[in-house]
Design a protein around this ligand. Structure first.
Ligand code: SF4
Ligand code: MG
Length: 328
């Protein structure tokens, strides 16, 4: 397999008045070229921060991010700037991320100008038109402004802007969450088509497991800065193992009546991510918690070749991975 991204023991802490906020706390995974890793969890679980730390939009506190074999956490600003052409991000709220005073063509042209990717005005215009075509935006919209367009078209601009530099890796942070359900499918289909045509690798961040199922090869479930489960998409849906994943899955309606599941409602308080207590961070809400869960942090267990779970319940069925490497 061709690994494009390897994340090792990534941590991102934020100092606060009350202590260290452990937004991302020792996350490791690998991502193969042309594949999609879905990253799922509730808001505040650290999924966006993970994406931003990988792209070094925020520098990680510690850990390594190997992109095409090179540890980019050591890259200078200049080296990072060159790498921007390879790694891009699509944001949840295209409106907030688009400059309202710039026209559609100026927005899409901006990264091409910044990185001097076109020789002259004619070439720049050709590139902009071709990018608009690629994302399904009519050339007529070139001189319109973001506020004149609906959410779906605005997200298409965000996608065109990300594609402008011909990246190989894109972090998609809740790219359809702000859109009407009817528009969501169009944007997801567009992202899929682009992946297929261009061999793109995606890290697809969402709180919505049904979206991620449609989209991902592998899924990583996060809870309060931790990876709690990682598996190929089909395996995660067929045999969710971590109690938190089970609760998340139970909330998705299934069309198959033979598969009727009971919805697991999570009770109990969410632990604080500031100077977290020892033990499992899910313990206060977990129906299976036992005394050790409040004292000892669970190891990551390999329950099948590509399926990992961080839960004491797996101690009997899985092989523990080395404590210092959660990754595969
Ligand atoms: Fe629940 Fe304990 Fe497993 Fe945490 S380690 S998910 S508290 S059973
Ligand atoms: Mg977020």
């Amino acid at each position: 397999s061709d690994v494009i991204l390897e994340v090792r023991n990534l941590k991102k802490y934020f100092p606060t008045k009350k202590g260290q906020l452990h937004a991302v706390d020792d996350i490791s995974f690998t991502l193969e070229r042309g594949k999609t890793l879905g990253v799922v969890g509730e808001s505040g679980c650290g999924k966006s921060t993970t994406g931003r730390a990988i792209l070094r939009l925020q520098d990680p506190t510690s850990g390594q991010v190997l992109f095409q074999g090179k540890d980019i956490t050591k890259f200078s600003t200049h080296e990072m700037r060159n790498l921007r052409t390879e790694m891009q991000m699509i944001f949840q709220d295209p409106f907030a991320s688009l400059n309202p005073r710039k026209s559609v063509s100026e927005i899409i042209a901006a990264p091409l100008r910044l990185h001097k990717l076109c020789k002259n005005k004619q070439e720049l215009e050709r590139r902009v038109i071709s990018l608009m075509e690629t994302v399904g935006l009519s050339q007529r919209l070139m001189n319109t402004y973001p506020h004149e367009l609906d959410g779906g078209r605005r997200q298409r601009i965000g996608i065109a802007r990300a594609l402008a530099m011909d990246p190989s890796f894109i972090v998609c942070d809740e790219p359809v969450s702000a859109l009407d359900v009817s528009i969501q499918a169009q944007i997801l289909n567009l992202l899929k088509k682009l992946q297929h045509e261009r061999g793109l690798t995606y890290m697809f961040i969402t709180h919505d497991l049904s979206v991620v199922n449609y989209f991902s090869d592998n899924i990583m479930v996060m809870y309060l800065g931790k990876m709690v489960e990682y598996a190929p998409s089909e395996e995660l849906f067929a045999s969710p193992t971590h109690p938190y994943t089970k609760a998340l899955l139970s909330a998705i309606p299934v069309p198959d009546i033979h598969h009727k599941k009971e919805r697991i409602l999570l009770q109990g308080e969410i632990s604080s991510p500031i100077d977290p207590k020892p033990g499992c961070r899910f313990a206060p809400r977990c129906a299976y918690a036992r005394p050790e869960c409040f004292e000892v942090e669970p190891k990551v267990y390999q329950v099948s070749p590509r399926h990992k779970v961080a839960c004491h319940l797996c101690a009997d069925q899985g092989l523990p991975l080395a404590e210092s490497s959660q990754g595969n």
